[in-house]
Design a protein around this ligand. Structure first.
Ligand SMILES: [Zn+2]
Length: 125
């Protein structure tokens, strides 16, 4: 679900990552998920998205650089028979936060954050 809407009068959005119900003002209670006093300014949320997205992209980029460094120096850093899937795994682990970070910073899409929270068994905020 995309955070925010195209309607300029709806400046607020529910704090619940799984809800993100838009509203014109910070409501006492979310009409969609029922959480109390949990509305965020969309403009502030977008700034947080961009910062988090950049950090995620940076982190994924570091993982990619590390994996390429390992590939280049594999004579001394890793055993000769390291399977190819190990590199794919590192590339995948780096690529996921890059994809998540870019879509978060550019489009405000929060699937990566929801996925991370789900990994920790956190289904509802
Ligand atoms: Zn809500």
């Amino acid at each position: 679900m995309k955070a925010g809407t195209d309607d300029p009068t709806l400046k607020y959005v529910c704090r619940n990552l799984w809800c993100r119900c838009p509203a014109a003002q910070p409501l006492e209670k979310c009409p969609r998920c029922g959480l109390a006093a949990n509305f965020l300014l969309i403009s502030r949320l977008r700034k947080a998205h961009i910062i988090c997205g950049l950090l995620l992209t940076l982190g994924g980029g570091v993982m990619w650089c590390l994996s390429f460094a390992i590939l280049e120096n594999n004579e001394w850093t890793i055993p000769k028979r390291t399977p190819f899937w190990a590199f794919l795994l590192i590339l995948g682990l780096g690529g996921l936060p890059i994809a998540g970070g870019v879509s978060l910073a550019v489009f405000g899409r929060e699937w990566f954050m929801r996925m991370i929270l789900r990994c920790f068994g956190w289904r509802q905020a």
